[in-house]
Ligand binder design. Structure first.
Ligand code: SAM
Length: 283
């Protein structure tokens, strides 16, 4: 077993002085049973292209490499880059380490350069302070370069992503995520599973992209941003900033009362509003 010949993660953390930085959202997973369970959420096969964001000391990275995949990791912390460098000695040079900010990364080019022909799987125990920003970036990616994602979020954020209309946590993130993907829950993890433990529990979500995207996602994002930024206001007021003087007629065409509030509108109703809005723009 490769794992038995690798230095234990705690030793890697100590020898590279990887004291966790709050500013980088560093909460490490050191238990290989947990990291393997994250990897099992996706049907990753040998030689598949995989991208991991924020490998840190490499716990999840090791579990991913065990599948025999072609792995590219993007990490901002230089100390971690050095700590990961020797993994290629154990895993047949299947790891590409990229130092940089995942928010600005061009993942599609990275896969082209280091992966194989197919789209990549995306796996991450996300830095919690930029988790929603990264998710939105990937959901909006066009053309899409990923074929499925298994991502660890703070439980409260995972609840927002999975929420349905009428729920207090329902919002822009729910509508966009559920429009692009079938979202399912992998499993919950208590805060004590991480080193150091965060303040809250976490949840792994699995995102399977829909074959047919129901509407223009950029327009959907604008419409939901307008609706939910004033969630107490009626749609005829909150959507005015995007739909302008056509707001009421678009809502009518979508068979929606203009007096509804943002959280009362379902995902498919937002998609319908977006489709009507886009068809009018094209005329
Ligand atoms: N994957 C490791 C694990 O599970 O133990 C570490 C996960 S930790 C929650 C988040 C990781 O993301 C850290 O290693 C951190 O340095 C890295 N990170 C934070 N901001 C980043 C950014 N903008 N781009 C790339 N990596 C980032």
């Amino acid at each position: 077993m490769v794992e038995e010949s690798l230095p234990p993660l705690r030793e890697v953390i100590e020898s590279h002085g990887l004291n966790a930085k709050k500013s980088l959202g560093q909460h490490f997973l050191l238990d290989l049973n947990i990291t393997r369970k994250i990897v099992r959420q996706l049907p990753i096969q040998e030689d598949d292209s995989v991208i991991e964001i924020g490998p840190g000391p490499g716990g999840l990275t090791r579990a991913l490499l065990e599948t025999g995949c072609q792995l590219t990791v993007i990490e901002r912390d230089k100390r971690c880059i050095e700590a990961l460098a020797n993994l290629n000695n154990y895993f047949d040079d299947k790891l590409t380490i990229v130092e940089g900010d995942a928010l600005g990364a061009d993942e599609a080019s990275l896969i082209k350069k280091h992966g194989n022909e197919q789209d990549a799987w995306l796996v991450s125990n996300l830095p919690y302070n930029i988790s929603t920003e990264l998710l939105i970036k990937w959901l909006k990616a066009s053309p899409r370069w990923w074929r499925g994602m298994a991502l660890m979020f703070q439980k409260e954020v995972a609840d927002r992503i999975s929420a349905v209309h009428g729920n207090k946590t329902y919002g822009r993130l729910s509508v966009i995520s559920q429009s692009v993907c079938e979202v399912s829950k992998g499993f919950d993890l208590p805060a004590r599973a991480f080193t150091p433990p965060p303040k809250v529990d976490s949840t792994v979500l699995v995102f399977a992209p829909k074959v047919d995207i129901p509407c223009d996602i950029l327009a959907l994002e604008k419409i939901t941003a307008a609706a939910f930024s004033q969630r107490r206001k009626m749609l005829r007021t909150s959507l005015n900033a995007v739909l302008g003087d056509r707001t009421v007629s678009i809502l009518e065409d979508a068979q929606l009362e203009s007096t509804l509030r943002a959280e009362q509108v379902s995902v498919s109703q937002y998609q319908q509003v977006t489709r009507i809005f886009c068809s009018l723009k094209e005329q």
